[in-house]
Design a protein around this ligand. Structure first.
Ligand code: SF4
Length: 623
């Protein structure tokens, strides 16, 4: 049996850290590999042939050799997951949908997939494999029982192209004891945390060591959901690190109450956890109580943050705007808190109601859900929640401004200074070899520092911790995080469409003049489409242009449009002479860094000669 597992491309968000991948670490293409697919692969019968394709680092195959195609997805991936399911199903493949969104809302997949795997896969995926081999796969496999984590196998990390990721994911526990109103995790995994044994985790680490992994991310939603078990794991990890001479460093997600347990903090530090992601959400106690995040109200949050720093553990954090208690004053209080806390990776999202959460149900009753497709990406200028004490547009404007304020050179530097004052120098670093460290430093100086000219250099130099030189790598890392988020905000949150679209119209006129001959002869069609308050889309239809020089000049113009405006481009390749293939590829290479704004459709008859890398461009599969 041949099984192809696909992780669809994520839409870009803060989490993509696109600037890091393009400017600082060009050898890395994404942050983390698809752990769920590697786990699924390990649950298959041993004689199955399995391939994992992650569209975030590589192109999807259009004509794969497979008997089954399994496509996973979180809420943010739903659009692309649906496209892929439909595309492969129309081609006659047996398609299976799974992942966290199919677990939460299996009904959304009824018409999209032949089988749906809803819930934790350990038992139901094995059942599906048996049924499929017998020729009787069911439409829906819904896990209703409690899966024991001891039945979770060592993931097939060997099937992942680990060298393309900045860090590798593994999992210790599922479930969280808290009951935050907006959280879909507890809807899916329950409130009683279940854990693997430390020895089980040890077997996974052994494999990762063999695969030369140096950075691992425990993707648990709350690693300390069951504190006694978490401590047992941390003691095991501490001993494991000592025994193997600190082969890797870790990061994870945990709740803020970790700050109130000194033993836990010591163990995190000794086990070489360099950072932890914490859902802080809001500095306002009333907002926290409203959302039932009581664990964040037990102690002053700044005190907790600084205590965690004092153990040499860095903090990444999530913040939310749009609670009922929030007003326009919230933007200022969030700004002040984030600055004082020194948290550079401050992932601020708009409150979003995921289906089946208590928040969704409450807002539905109150008639405050905005009926729009919502796929759970809360880092966009969009949400399905109508705020209570401010207007929707007012909230969006304040949200944008908050990001612009936080991501100025001065604010990035201010946060670093506020962090290094409290952060203990980290030990057991060793993430990069000297050669690699120097290469990254060079890229940072060229693309990060010098590109920001004197003002950035000035702010950078004032963040160098002269009395704690051991923190210099962290300072550079925080600049990289800040600049990457700044890059995202500048490209996605600047909506001066009118000006940008006027520019796009200007470019269109230049292109029309330059390619007048092709337009007249019918081998080229051009149009600029624009709806109110959106970026323009330049549509290009190639219908057999023959001259090589066309591709060279077109590449130059398209690059300029993408670089200087927010416009997107739709490239419809209707006809192409084979001799022009290499010229087309050169054109595509030239604009590939803007590939997320380029949509490409290829005529069916050209599909065998033209290969479009769907990890770089938006390859339109279904018109
Ligand atoms: S602490 Fe995190 S995982 Fe736990 S309920 Fe709250 S949001 Fe969900």
């Amino acid at each position: 049996m041949r099984l192809l597992l696909i992780n669809p491309k994520f839409p870009e968000s803060f989490w993509s850290f696109k600037w890091v991948n393009s400017a600082i670490m060009p050898d890395k293409k994404a942050t983390n590999p698809p752990l769920g697919l590697a786990t699924l692969a390990a649950l298959c019968p041993s004689d199955w042939e399995i391939e994992i394709v992650d569209e975030n680092i590589e192109s999807i195959p259009l004509d794969p050799s497979a008997d089954i195609i399994g496509i996973c997805g979180m809420g943010v991936q739903f659009k692309r997951q649906s496209e892929l399911l439909t595309f492969y199903r129309m081609k006659g493949f047996f398609v299976v949908a799974g992942g966290s969104y199919a677990s939460l809302c299996p009904e959304f997949y009824e018409t999209l997939a032949d089988s749906v795997i809803s819930g934790e896969a350990e038992y139901i995926w094995k059942e599906f494999c048996r049924d499929f081999e017998m020729g009787k796969p069911k439409k829906l496999y819904h896990e209703t029982a409690t899966v024991s984590m001891s039945d979770s196998p060592v993931p097939r990390f060997d099937l992942l192209k680990l060298e393309s990721y900045r860090s590798v994911s593994l999992q210790f526990s599922r479930g969280c004891p808290f009951r935050c109103e907006f959280c879909d995790i507890i809807v899916m995994f329950g409130r009683k945390p279940r854990t693997k044994s430390p020895e089980q985790v040890g077997r996974e680490l052994d494999l990762l060591r063999k695969l030369h992994v140096h950075s691992a991310f425990f993707v648990d939603d709350n690693l300390i959901g069951n504190k006694p078990c978490a401590k047992e794991l941390l003691k095991f990890l501490r001993d494991y690190q000592q025994k193997h001479k600190y082969p890797m460093h870790f990061g994870t997600e945990a709740s803020l109450n970790m700050a109130q347990d000194n033993e836990l903090l010591t163990l995190f530090s000794e086990a070489n956890f360099k950072w932890v992601f914490i859902g802080i959400e809001s500095p306002d106690e009333e907002s926290l109580k409203e959302t039932k995040k009581f664990q964040n109200t037990r102690e002053d949050i700044l005190t907790s943050v600084r205590k965690i720093y004092s153990y040499g553990i860095d903090i990444y954090a999530g913040f939310i705007i749009g609670f009922d208690n929030d007003t326009t004053k919230t933007f200022e209080s969030q700004y002040q808190f984030i600055m004082k806390s020194g948290i550079q990776a401050a992932m601020i999202g708009l409150l979003t109601a995921m289906p089946k959460t208590p928040l969704y149900e409450r807002l539905e009753k109150e008639g405050r859900l905005i009926p729009k497709p919502n796929y759970g990406d809360n880092s966009k200028l969009d949400t399905n929640v109508m705020p209570k004490q401010m207007g929707y547009e007012e909230m969006i404007a304040g949200y944008k401004q908050l990001h612009h304020r936080l991501l100025s050179n001065r604010s990035i530097a201010g946060r670093i200074k506020n962090k290094t004052r409290y952060l203990r120098t980290l030990t057991n670093n060793g993430e990069y070899s000297l050669a690699r460290g120097l290469k990254l430093l060079r890229n940072f100086i060229i693309h990060g520092l010098l590109s920001g000219r004197m003002p950035r250099l000035f702010h950078f130099f004032r963040t160098i911790p002269l009395f704690k030189p051991g923190l210099i790598p962290l300072v550079i890392q925080d600049w990289i995080i800040g600049l990457s988020m700044k890059d995202y905000v500048e490209r996605h949150f600047t909506q001066e469409f009118e000006k940008a679209n006027q520019l796009a119209h200007g470019y269109l006129r230049v292109i029309e003049n330059a390619f007048h001959r092709y337009l007249k002869g019918g081998s080229l069609e051009l149009s600029l489409n624009q709806a109110k308050n959106t970026a323009a889309n330049l549509s290009i239809k190639l219908k057999g242009v023959k001259e090589r020089k066309f591709f060279k000049r077109a590449g130059k113009y398209l690059e300029k449009i993408l670089e200087n405006t927010a416009s997107s481009i739709t490239l419809n390749i209707e006809e192409l002479h084979e001799s022009n293939l290499k010229h087309l590829n050169r054109l595509l290479k030239r604009i590939s860094q803007y590939g997320d704004r380029v949509y490409i459709t290829v005529n069916e008859k050209l599909k065998d000669i033209i290969e479009i890398d769907s990890s770089k461009f938006n390859l339109v599969l279904i018109k």
